[in-house]
Design a binder for this molecule. Structure first.
Ligand SMILES: [Zn+2]
Ligand SMILES: [Zn+2]
Length: 220
């Protein structure tokens, strides 16, 4: 499904997974739950590309619904894997995330260890990767990031904020490490300029997405 020219959403996977054209190459943003690889590969083909055209895979944060397909997609594409430095060890499986009190979150963070992938790049706020600006938006997890395509005015927010049932919402509390930080991150995002907001869950918000997010942040 086309979001705007050069930005596509893979259908039928959870979380929302995006493919972004970068010249004649592709960037994959998140990889869905385990077994999402077949649907992602199908979409790559439908766009007229080969798997090896995917040269970069960016993970917005370490949760299983975002990294589940990572190991297989890395093997299929040989792409470089990029994760924020604060979530990298959890994706690599070399460290366990901070012990969540919440059982659901505990379950999520336990399963993720089953398919570790060592990130090739450990990202920081302000980095540029595959034409996308990295914005550190902690709260949902310590290493949650958003990605801004400045040319297309599209913001990929991961699970930092969602547009669901016609309204903007913060991240789900039971899966979120620090709600105060999460609110600060929404404010940080709303200070940037973009027309389209795409998230890990829910629907696309457009047009005037940053203006709408600013109104939402003011109510928080
Ligand atoms: Zn998440
Ligand atoms: Zn998610």
């Amino acid at each position: 499904m086309k979001i705007v020219d050069g930005v596509y959403q893979v259908e039928g996977v959870n979380c929302n997974v995006y493919l972004v054209e970068n010249g004649d190459k592709l960037t994959l943003i998140d990889t869905g739950l385990p077994r999402s690889d077949k649907k992602i590969l199908k979409t790559i083909e439908a766009l007229g590309h080969k798997p090896e055209d995917v040269t970069t895979i960016i993970i917005t944060h370490f949760h299983i619904d975002h990294v589940g397909g990572l190991k297989k997609m890395k093997a299929q594409t040989n792409a470089k894997v990029a994760v924020h430095e604060a979530d990298s060890d959890f994706v690599a499986g070399t460290k366990s995330p901070p012990k969540p009190k919440n059982l659901m979150l505990k379950a999520l963070t336990t399963i993720v260890k089953s398919a570790p992938v060592e990130p090739d790049l450990r990202l920081k706020d302000g980095d540029k990767i595959a034409g996308l600006l990295v914005i550190h938006t902690p709260g949902h997890s310590d290493g949650s990031i958003s990605l801004l395509d400045e040319k297309r005015k599209v913001m990929f927010v991961g699970d930092a904020v969602r547009f669901l049932d016609g309204k903007l919402q913060g991240p789900p509390e039971r899966f979120t490490l620090d709600m105060t930080k999460a609110k600060d991150s929404i404010k940080k995002l709303s200070d940037l300029e973009f027309d389209v907001m795409v998230a890990g869950h829910g629907q696309t918000l457009m047009p005037e997405a940053s203006k709408k997010l600013k109104d939402f942040a003011a109510q928080q």
